[in-house]
Design a protein around this ligand. Structure first.
Ligand SMILES: *Cc1c(COP(=O)(O)O)cnc(C)c1O
Length: 306
């Protein structure tokens, strides 16, 4: 279980075992499919979801480093920045967040959360931000901060992928025919595909429009593909963090029916897609489908502000 590794690397935080819950609906019965959800949103009240898995090996590296500091990147609503800030505070690791765009007059709830968790925020222009993976940029960071552990945006890295692959241990022995998850940087998707030794097909639901460089991403992350996977690109609702009334009302109905909150950037788009594919008979009769609730609920705070 990743639980033991998490308790070993991050004993300062109390982790819950994420439950797998069954969702029922007359449609599922009619089409003879079973649908369950792995509630990664339940592993911790504050740093829920997939982000902590991607961070695990970076936290381990920072704990062993001389300066015990982490620098990472994100936008104003980044679940990754929030999770990094919280985990670092608990582990007494210094954290710096490089934020995309000039400092706004009013900080988002996410950025306020980062500050409360003692993350230092540095705002940089969008054009500088786009150069964040270049050598000169990284050298400058190493100089200005005392040789910190640098985590790429969204944890997109081999280390992040390996951490994410631990998620599979929660369901590997459960005989699901399909495992569904939302895809942003594809680090988590890569981790599950790389770690998959079963017959399960992994379905990634892209939350970005025109997401067409998956092969390149898998290459960069050194993914060894042994088993079947598919990327589903039809449920981005206009692009990253875009939403429609249809999506928001789906989220509300889902919450009413199952008492499970979804976020509009990731998990709602995936679940909308899964329900739609069940409708369209994409899944053969007898399918046992697992959807991964990857968390992200802190991002919903931006819904209240507009
Ligand atoms: C970041 C995030 C994802 C996407 O994960 P990637 O590894 O970047 O693809 C999915 N769901 C939620 C809730 C997230 O916060």
């Amino acid at each position: 279980m990743p639980q033991s590794l998490m308790n070993e690397i991050v004993p300062e935080i109390q982790w819950n075992i994420p439950p797998i819950v069954k969702l029922s609906d007359p449609l599922f019965e009619k089409n003879d499919v079973e649908l369950s959800m792995l509630r990664l949103d339940k592993i911790h009240p504050i740093v829920s979801g997939n982000k902590i898995f991607k961070l695990l090996y970076f936290l381990q590296e920072a704990e062993k480093s001389a300066d015990r500091s982490i620098v990472t990147f994100g936008g104003a609503y980044s679940n990754h920045l929030a999770a990094t800030a919280f985990a670092c505070k608990e582990l007494k690791i210094k954290s710096v967040g490089i934020v995309r765009g000039e400092k706004p007059k009013v900080l988002s709830a996410t950025l306020l959360f980062c500050l409360q968790n003692e993350m230092k925020l540095e705002f940089i222009s969008r054009s500088s931000y786009s150069k964040k993976n270049e050598d000169f940029f990284l050298k400058d960071l190493q100089n200005r901060y005392n040789d910190p552990v640098v985590i790429p945006e969204g944890g997109f890295s081999v280390k992040g992928m390996k951490g994410a692959s631990l998620i599979a241990e929660y369901f590997n022995d459960k005989n699901f025919t399909h495992v569904c998850l939302p895809v942003g940087t594809a680090t988590t998707f890569a981790g599950l595909v790389n770690g998959n030794k079963t017959k399960t097909e992994i379905l990634g639901f892209s939350v970005l429009k025109n997401f067409n460089d998956l092969e390149k991403r898998f290459d960069e992350l050194d993914v060894r593909v042994n088993k079947k996977y598919s990327l589903i690109g039809d449920y981005h609702f206009g692009g990253y963090a875009k939403r429609t009334h249809e999506l928001i009302s789906f989220m509300q109905n889902f919450h009413e029916q199952y008492k499970i909150a979804l976020d509009f950037v990731y998990t709602a788009k995936m679940m909308f897609g899964v329900f739609d594919l069940v409708h369209k008979n994409y899944f053969p009769a007898g399918s046992k489908i697992l959807c991964i609730h990857t968390g992200g609920l802190q991002g919903n705070s931006s819904l209240e502000s507009d």
